[in-house]
Design a protein around this ligand. Sequence first.
Ligand SMILES: C=CC1=C(C)c2cc3[nH]c(cc4nc(cc5[nH]c(cc1n2)c(C)c5CCC(=O)O)C(CCC(=O)O)=C4C)c(C)c3C=C
Ligand code: FE2
Ligand code: FE2
Length: 310
Amino acid sequence: MQENKKALVLLNMGGARNKGELKMFLTNMFNDENILTIKNAFIRKMVATFITNSRLDNAWKNYEKIGNFSPINPLTEQLINKCNDKIENYKTYQVMRYTPPFAKETISQMKKDGIKEVLLLPLYPQYSTTTTKSSLEDFIKFAKNSFNLKIIETFYKNDKFNECIVNEILNNVKDETSYNLIFSAHGLPQKIVDAGDPYEKQMNEHVKILSEELQKRGKNFKSINLAYQSKVGPLKWLEPSLEDMLKNFKDENVIIYPLSFIVDNSETVFELDIEYKEIAHEIGIKEYKVCSCVNDSEEFIETIKDIIKI
Ligand SMILES: C=CC1=C(C)c2cc3[nH]c(cc4nc(cc5[nH]c(cc1n2)c(C)c5CCC(=O)O)C(CCC(=O)O)=C4C)c(C)c3C=C
Ligand SMILES: [Fe+2]
Ligand SMILES: [Fe+2]
């Protein structure tokens, strides 16, 4: 086997493989200062334990409906394997933030493999302190000065990436003029945005870029919209919510593209495919379709090759 000294590290959130890992996921997530912005670590830990314990059983019921595990891990593994098959000069690794494989173990393997140069690619197209920053800080904390690091912070402006998205949307509709397109993004608490998180601004820019790309191809959806899914807790989150957005489309067709995710996960296969589908049915939406994430598609591997040409 060819000896690689350069690593491409894909960073993502992780997800539950079983109920024990869901508890781990929630505990680690709510202990993350980027998610729960309580400065005092002791109080944050108490609140994290409280939220985890009160959320666990109900949250697990959702995973039971999708086969008792999140698809994020197997799909990420498929993506890593394809990168290792198809991307020359780099060995590709994964690091998850809230469930294994964690930064510490992957970094120790990378050192054993003799890696000197590392390119970090968080699998979040738009930058958020809650995702991108959190994952990068976590990697850097454990890597210390072991590698020569390069970082890709966002890739929502990448043309190849946007071609993948537009192709996936258009492959799912025969006549786009009869569909309302909704870009659905994972929500964020408004106070995180007010504190300077660029996620909402980048999400708006991303929707504008994609709308222009559709227009260039002569594709005219009935409407193009952005909405936010997955609100957790009582605080104000980004609006409009996906639920409110769906209410505009009684008796009409809707196609959803999950814009904040690269790999399908519980928020797509449970929330979008099951939970919001039921809501859409209650509202009286005629046809409700959900696009797949780019996952390990050939087109996305080509996109990664393009992104890492830095
Ligand atoms: C409470 C705060 C949360 C913030 C802020 C948040 C931001 C955020 N999350 C994603 C992507 C994913 N989140 C996922 C699950 C998930 N997210 C939260 C909470 C916040 N997310 C919770 C509590 C959960 C667990 C499920 C639940 O109990 O509802 C996942 C799915 C992982 C999986 O298991 O498949 C993803 C992916 C983004 C992109 C984001 C901010 C931009
Ligand atoms: Fe989340
Ligand atoms: Fe959720």
